[in-house]
Design a protein around this ligand. Structure first.
Ligand code: TRP
Ligand code: ZN
Length: 883
């Protein structure tokens, strides 16, 4: 009884939400595990909503049903129907127990969803991925997050092939069975939705730590990995301990089971997964050692470990009512993760990185045919909504609320949120209600942020009246339509600001009716389409520093002169706004070059940076960021009729002008000073030095390529760790240096046994600027180490090419688009989630210049005409094409 049916894509709508007619109080799962075939027996204790009459309907996809019984009576074939992806069963009542037995084919499952095999048949291990709707690939179940059940899981398998058996919850016995087999049982006392179920079985090694929570629970922390990777888990373990302490201190949240398992796999569609008591990680975000991991990657490991751990409260204890509320757990958890990382590292740097990511990944999404509100109104395939908008913009919305309530107020609100919703499947309304009520304020106006797609635009205009010493700031917002395409309401936009004198001093901010001593920084909240804010006793015409710390996720349009931006770049004490001034000035400088007009902004940018380059009070990492103009994707966002290769060329010229102003000599000296400290230490100072060293070398390459290449070649060989080695490799390869082939061969051999290091070898080459990239990608596809079956490898080659290399992907002849379209078809048959994610690289094709636009259109339309696309890919292609 194999149900394989192609269904017409149906749209799931938020407005159609209904509470489940049937719930599952307890579930007993028995797995008989094998690589080729595994059997699953599920016993569900059913509860019926007395107010509803719907028959029992359970989700199930590609399940081979072996037997079915209701209240211990085998069911005749007439008493149930398995049609499409739904099993309908007659005769169930409140308190009934339904037992099903199904067979799964883990080794044949290339989707990496449900139960699948990681690695080879001989040496690999079995694991599950259930979010969002993978549990229905394992057994029949009401697979929706508002059905929360207590799980008892028993695993049985051959002892030699599967010595380690893990599932979520607390261990509840294990033992030997006949025929060389064994078993292990796990009981999870916390009711949970099915998407948080997980199991792992195979040959794995572990490292262990004992941890005692602030409220006194002894917890065993165990990180599991394959034998060749276990030595690279120590950093993750330390990061896990830091995360647990931080959540206790910052939010008063303690861990709630006796064990916490974390497992690394090389075959994973996303970053990591917060399964209750059994987090599963893409190895990329867990394994780390100085020889193969860059500083950026170390920080990602720390952040993702924290993110998944924090989900234990924001996601697991309080889960989502339905998938439209996804940002309730993801936006909130990203915010918690960002706050943690800011506390562990440099806070201004973290903010710069987060905003840069938002602009690079979320703004383009929000500006094109894939735009959707943080709480979407409808979807066809939920996996397509694990987006930068739900995650990154969602986090910005939480940050705005946190800023609005202040540190203590936000904590009060979060305490109430957790207390009230513990064990529940909640909504974004529940979240805003708790934050508001704990603070005696109404936050419902912020719901509009969750309902409107698109990045709001904020216009700022200042006017100084010398006679009255009044400074008037007029803020105007552009109003967008909401999810129902009804005219939107104005958004509450908090604008943190300061006013600077022309000498770079901050002015006191005195507003109407203010009695307290005026501060030099404050937040004004724009709640209407347009509002004026008046400041009194302003002694001189000021330069406003607006949206400090990026206090709202908007595009700010303010009529600064280049001199004013340069002043903020020199003097603003808000690290973020200082960087922002450099970014805005760099954009003006870029426009000077593009439009062939007087280079006033370019001069101002270079002069200000030349001055800061000599200033040794400034943090090296911040300086590195100040010296970096916005990326090519961000520059393209501001234009229509885009030619990405032209943008690349202009951005190179812009940087060359900066490099020449700084001077080859000064750059070389700075490089040498920084290089004298070369080390593999991970403290902030050492990381900052490496970051600046890389930037200085890149600039030197533009001012004096010959000497930069010599330094890079030396650095490649003498680098004590991956950060320096990869920086040198990248420079030599992208600059087509004579040494490029030799260092690539050396790297390849040196890291042949390390998949994550080898991924970087693929990615560096896929990011060769310009037309050369495509041929290289075709060549690398033939490499024996390349496979479409491993998402990390696919991302390293194709992800780096189509998303990380605009000037390579966007060839004028359209060959990049055709290659992507072809590979998407092959990939879609293996792994629809991955194919759909990669296909989002076509986003924005409508804004390309005519020749490229037409080539892209033909490639995408060809895909769309293909009959047999997955629901995942079909939805992305359909949306990309239709708007
Ligand atoms: N919830 C995961 C997170 O922490 C995201 C995730 C992991 C996921 N694996 C997935 C989402 C597979 C969809 C499909 O962000
Ligand atoms: Zn998450």
């Amino acid at each position: 009884m194999n149900a394989l049916s192609e269904q017409a894509p149906t749209l799931i709508r938020l407005d159609d939400y209904r509470a489940p007619a049937w719930r599952v109080e307890t579930v007993e799962l028995d797995f008989d595990l094998g690589i080729d075939a595994s059997e699953v027996v599920a016993r569900l204790l059913l509860r019926r909503d007395p107010a509803q009459t719907a028959p029992l309907r359970l989700d199930g996809e590609n399940l081979q049903l072996l037997s079915i019984a209701l209240d211990d009576q085998p069911l005749p074939a007439t008493a149930y129907r398995y049609i499409g992806n739904v099993l309908e069963v007659d005769g169930a009542h409140d308190g009934s127990v339904l037992e099903t037995r199904v067979r799964l084919r883990p080794a044949a499952n290339t989707t990496l969803e449900g139960l699948y095999l990681s690695g080879s048949r001989e040496a690999g291990f079995l694991l599950t991925q259930c979010e969002a709707e993978g549990f229905r690939h394992i057994t029949f179940f009401p697979d929706r997050p508002d059905v929360q059940s207590r799980y008892t899981v028993t695993l049985r398998a051959d002892h030699t092939r599967f010595p380690v058996l893990l599932a979520g919850g607390n261990p509840d016995g294990s033992g030997k069975l006949e025929g060389g087999r064994h078993w292990a049982r796990f009981v999870d006392p916390h009711p949970k939705p099915s998407y948080l179920f997980a199991l792992v079985a195979g040959r794995l090694e572990k490292i262990e730590r004992d941890y005692v929570t602030a409220d006194g629970r002894a917890v065993q922390l165990k990180i599991w990995a394959e034998a060749d990777a276990i030595a690279r888990c120590d950093y993750a373990m330390a990061a896990l301990e830091r995360s647990m302490r931080w959540d206790e201190q910052a939010y008063g949240r303690n861990y709630d089971l006796d064990v916490f398992h974390v497992v690394a796999t090389h075959d994973f569609n996303m970053g990591a997964m917060e399964n209750k008591g059994l987090n599963i990680f893409n190895a990329k975000y867990l394994l780390a050692d100085p020889d193969s991991t860059t500083d950026d990657e170390y920080r990602h490991v720390e952040a993702v470990v924290a993110h998944e751990y924090f989900h234990n409260w924001s996601g697991n204890r309080v889960t989502c009512r339905d998938w439209f509320q996804l940002s309730l757990k993801e936006g909130l958890t990203v915010f918690r993760e960002q706050s943690f990382s800011a506390d562990m590292n440099s806070a201004p740097l973290k903010r710069i990185e987060d905003v840069a990511l938002l602009r690079r990944a979320q703004f383009p999404e929000d500006a094109g045919p894939l735009a959707h509100p943080v709480r979407p109104a409808q979807y066809s395939e939920i996996n397509n909504f694990y987006t930068a908008t739900v995650y990154e913009k969602g986090s910005e919305l939480v940050r705005m609320l946190a800023g609005r309530l202040g540190r203590e107020g936000f904590r009060r609100g979060m305490d109430l949120y957790f207390e009230r919703n513990d064990g529940r499947a909640a909504t974004l309304e529940d979240f805003l209600a708790a934050l508001g009520e704990a603070n005696g304020t109404d936050l419902t106006p912020y719901l509009a942020w969750y309902a409107q797609a698109g990045t709001p635009r904020l216009k700022a205009h200042g006017h100084y009246d010398a006679a009255s010493r009044e400074y008037t700031l007029t803020l105007t917002q552009q109003i967008q339509a909401d999810t129902h395409h009804e005219p939107g309401t104005p958004l509450p936009i908090p604008v943190k600001l300061a006013l600077f004198t022309r000498n770079g001093d901050m002015l006191p901010l005195q507003m109407d009716g203010q009695t307290a001593k005026p501060e030099t920084e404050r937040i004004v909240v724009l709640t209407q389409a347009e509002q004026r804010f008046v400041f009194h006793n302003v002694i001189t015409a000021p330069v406003p520093s607006l949206l400090r710390g990026f206090s709202a996720p908007v595009i700010l349009d303010c009529d600064y002169t280049p001199e004013e931006l340069a002043l903020l770049l020199r003097h603003d004490i808000d690290g973020f706004n200082r960087w922002e001034a450099s970014q805005q000035l760099a954009i003006r400088a870029y426009e000077n070059l593009r439009d062939g007009v007087a280079d006033v902004a370019l001069q101002a940018w270079c002069e200000a940076l030349a001055q800061l380059f000599q200033d040794d009070t400034i943090d090296d990492a911040l300086l590195a960021e100040l010296l970096t103009p916005p990326g090519e994707i961000e520059l393209a966002e501001r234009e229509t009729g885009i030619d990405p290769q032209h943008i690349h060329m202009l951005r190179e010229r812009l940087q060359q002008r900066l490099a020449e102003r700084l001077g080859a000599m000064a750059l070389r000296q700075r490089f040498q000073t920084l290089d004298a400290h070369a080390s593999i230490e991970l403290d902030a100072l050492s990381q900052a030095r490496r970051r600046l060293k890389r930037r200085v070398l890149e600039l030197l390459n533009l001012a004096d390529g010959g000497s930069a290449r010599v330094l890079a070649a030396v650095q490649y060989r003498s680098a004590p760790g991956m950060t320096d080695r990869l920086a040198a490799l990248t420079m030599l390869v992208h600059g087509h240096a004579a040494q490029a082939a030799a260092v690539l061969a050396d790297y390849r051999e040196r890291h042949a046994d390390n998949a994550l290091a080898l991924d970087k070898w693929f990615a560096v080459q896929a990011q060769l600027p310009g037309d050369a990239a495509l041929e290289r990608v075709l060549l690398l596809e033939q490499d024996p180490a390349f496979t479409l079956k491993n998402p990390n490898r696919v991302q390293a080659l194709f992800g780096a090419f189509v998303r990380g290399n605009p000037s390579g992907f966007h060839r004028a002849d359209g060959a990049g688009y055709r290659l992507l379209a072809e590979r998407l078809l092959t990939l879609d048959a293996l792994n629809p989630q991955l194919a759909a994610r990669l296909a989002t690289a076509f986003n924005g094709w409508q804004r390309l210049e005519p020749q490229r636009r037409e080539a892209a259109r033909v490639a995408i339309a060809g895909l769309a005409r293909h009959g047999a696309l997955s629901r995942n890919l079909a939805e992305i292609i359909g949306n990309v094409l239709s708007h």
